[in-house]
Design a binder for this molecule. Structure first.
Ligand code: GDP
Length: 139
C-alpha cells in the first residue's frame, strides 16, 4: 500500500458524544481524503486483535471494554505524508498533553477515552486498514 495512506478509528466516546461530524470535517479540512469508512461495533475478539500489541499491558482489558462499549468508525485516509500529519492532527495519546486545537485536545477526556486512533507507521497503517477493509473497499 502507498505511504500516503493512514488508518484511523473514531472511538466510541467521540461517537457517543456526537462529535463524529465535527471530527470528520476537521480531518477533511486538514487535507485528508476519506478512502473508506464504516460505522461498526467491535466485539472483544476484534478489538483485542486490533490492539494485540498491548495484550500484556495492564490497561488491555479496559481498552477492549472501552472499544466495545459502543459503535466506532474505522476509516482509511489519504494525504501526502499521511501518517505523520495525522498524528499531529490528533495530538498526544493523553489529551492532557495534546496540543491546543488537536482532535484529542478538543474532544477527548482521558487517556483511556481519547476520541480517536491514528496509525504510527506506514507499515501499521497498511496492516490496520486491511484488518477492517478489503482492498476493493479502499478505492
Ligand atoms: P496511540 O497510538 O496514541 O493511540 O497510543 P498507544 O498505541 O500507546 O495506545 C493505544 C491506546 O491504548 C491509546 O490510544 C489509549 O486508548 C489506550 N491507552 C494507552 N495508554 C493507556 C493507559 O495508560 N491507560 C489506559 N486505560 N488506556 C491507555
Amino acid at each position: 500500500m502507498a505511504t500516503n495512506i493512514t488508518f484511523t478509528i473514531i472511538k466510541p466516546d467521540a461517537i457517543a458524544k456526537g462529535h463524529t461530524g465535527k471530527i470528520i470535517d476537521q480531518i477533511i479540512q486538514a487535507g485528508f481524503t476519506v478512502k473508506a469508512a464504516k460505522l461498526t461495533y467491535l466485539d472483544a475478539r476484534t478489538a483485542g486483535g486490533f490492539y494485540d500489541i498491548h495484550r500484556a499491558r495492564p490497561f488491555f482489558n479496559d481498552l477492549v471494554s472501552f472499544m466495545t462499549s459502543g459503535p466506532c468508525m474505522p476509516m482509511v485516509l489519504e494525504k501526502e505524508n499521511a501518517v505523520a500529519d495525522f498524528r499531529i492532527l490528533i495530538g498526544a495519546t493523553n489529551p492532557k498533553d495534546a496540543a491546543v486545537g488537536t482532535i484529542r485536545n478538543l474532544y477527548a477526556d482521558s487517556i483511556d477515552a481519547n476520541a480517536i486512533h491514528g496509525s504510527d507507521s506506514d507499515e501499521n497503517a497498511a496492516r490496520e486498514a486491511s484488518y477492517f477493509f478489503s482492498a476493493v473497499e479502499i478505492f
